[in-house]
Design a protein around this ligand. Sequence first.
Ligand code: 5AD
Ligand code: FES
Length: 338
Amino acid sequence: MLALEDADEVADLYREAYRVKLEHIGAKVSVRGLIEAGNVCAKDCFYCGIRKSNAKVRRYQLSEDDIVCLAEQSKSFGYASVVIQSGEIESEAHTMSVERVLKRLAALDLGVTLSLGEQEPDVYKRWRDAGAARYLLRIETANEELYRKLHPANHSWRRRLECLRTLRKLDYQVGTGVMCALPGETVKDLADSIRFFRDEDVDMIGMGPYIPHPDAPLKGVEPMTKAARLAWGLKMIAATRLTLPQVNIAAATALQALADDGREQGILAGANVIMPNVTDVEYRANYQLYAGKPCLNENAGQCRSCLDRRLEAIGEKILYGERGDSLRYFERCKNAQR
Ligand code: 5AD
Ligand code: FES
């Protein structure tokens, strides 16, 4: 499926994946308010715009009050789930701060997803106990060798894998994902990523095309058109939906950086989750992982109306007020009880 190139055949692939999405999930899209809580990061991935060594980035960290306030705002918009994402920080002070935020969020009755990178098992446990239900940690590529080429020597694919397995043991709903169209990546690598999702039996998947960032060392390697990058992202969504009909698949914002209607195209290729940004405009520009991040000047309210309009146009309904848990997670829990 991933190797298809003929335009009609590719269109058939998207259509079939969308049919499977409709069959299992319906014409419905789940939403999560995305809170970009801070861009301080200990990691130095060669592709990323907010990597530690990029001295051009103005670093910020939202206060605990700010984060809670954005979560309240998300709830008032009808987003019953939020994702708190930031750069990777491993410290007791950070762990405690996240714990305090989670305890305050408990009163809001929201589905809370964390996306705070690699951590020690006891940190994941503390955050789970404090109320986090889901965790996103992209493996970035299932090919350990390729991972090594895209990261400094002290970054470990094995540790990321161990983190995912720990999260699973701690009964999080676990999300992972990859970038696609990475320099040096083959169709087999992409197919192996989908096998990885299946074999690790994850609940949620977030995938997006790699988009060069001008201040990251990987920039300029293997130029590719926006349309070609977008097509890789869409083919990955479609092939993943056909392999794993019940998982939650996000239409990543990176798709929208490549085409104005990129996220809608993602839904029509089988994705069922969208994560509208609720971060204040003041900070959005400082959280640019790749070039051309959309909606830098839109506030959360504008993003909500825009999303409404866009999804209505393709006949999809936003599940306001619903947490939108992964069907795969419930299936997994049922099997465990048997
Ligand atoms: N292009 C696309 N996605 C990127 N990410 C980081 N840098 C880029 C880039 N240049 C993704 C990684 C990471 C997530 C937060 O953002 O997959 O896990
Ligand atoms: Fe690793 Fe940003 S530094 S994804």
